[in-house]
Write a protein of this length. Structure first.
Length: 266
């Protein structure tokens, strides 16, 4: 019997680091999301990838920057027509998601991604949403193995975390699948508040998972199980078989690499 794929509401975080953002400065634009990647604003590339996926029912943008979406005619028109919704952002990514979920709590599942994910494709979105929905978890996070990323892009500057025999990088893809996912958002907000106070971070995470990570060198499944215990929700990792999935545009060097990849795609 055919079962239709589960459809998600997509939330795109389009916050800003202000004038200090290196990508915005390098491209001479007021907001990083407007930085052109092969002539197309990176935010528009993200929205187009989401709209091209049959797993996305609608797109919601989140920002407090006045005039940001007016600067992209396609988005301005879609917002005017009601095809895209805009929500105000919070003071941080975690607070932004927390605020958005207060409005979107009746629209689960929700896919969260960022405006600088310029290499996102509908194929990536389909894979992530399908695997997240099939996981039976309450939250899911997209991760890419270092072996796949560096085999194709050896010069890609990513942060990798070792879990078992492999290292993984985040892909700026998160799935909030069930109402209990709010616990994960609340935990994220607490971590952000303590990011400059290591002792409080340790207290928030707990000694057990830190010791497990340092001494037992858990694999991906064990690490997710330990994190689930800390947060109080069932979390699963979705391994992304796309070398481009963890490459966002956070620095001018990333922009150069993204344009090289897009040229290769044709």
């Amino acid at each position: 019997m055919f079962t239709a794929p589960q459809r998600f509401t997509a939330l795109v975080l389009a916050g800003s680091r202000g004038a200090a953002d290196p990508v915005a400065a390098a491209c001479n634009v007021p907001h990083k999301a407007l930085a052109p990647v092969l002539g197309v604003p990176m935010l528009l590339r993200v929205v187009q990838a989401l709209q091209a996926s049959s797993r996305i029912r609608r797109v919601v943008l989140q920002s407090n920057e006045p005039g940001l979406f007016d600067a992209i005619p396609e988005l301005k028109q879609a917002i005017h027509d009601g095809r895209i919704q805009v929500l105000p952002a919070g003071a941080s990514p975690a607070q932004s998601v927390a605020q958005a979920m207060a409005s979107l709590k009746q629209e689960l599942p929700v896919l969260v991604t960022t405006a600088d994910h310029a290499l996102l494709t509908a194929e990536m979105v389909d894979h992530f949403c399908d695997q997240a929905a099939a996981s039976q978890a309450q939250i899911a996070v997209g991760l890419a193995p270092a072996s796949a990323v560096l085999a194709k892009y050896p010069d890609a500057l990513r942060t990798f975390y070792r879990l078992g025999a492999e290292r993984y990088s985040g892909c700026n893809l998160f799935a909030l699948l069930q109402p209990e996912a709010r616990k994960a958002i609340e935990f994220w907000v607490r971590l952000e508040q303590h990011r400059k106070k290591p002792w409080r971070l340790i207290a928030a995470i707990g000694l057990r998972p830190l010791l497990v990570y340092l001494l037992a060198r858990p694999d991906l499944d064990r690490a997710m199980a330990e994190l689930s215990l800390v947060i109080g929700v069932t979390g699963k990792a979705v391994v992304m078989p796309f070398a481009e999935a963890p490459i966002d545009v956070d620095k001018p060097e990333d922009l150069k690499l993204a344009e090289e990849i897009l040229r290769a795609r044709g």
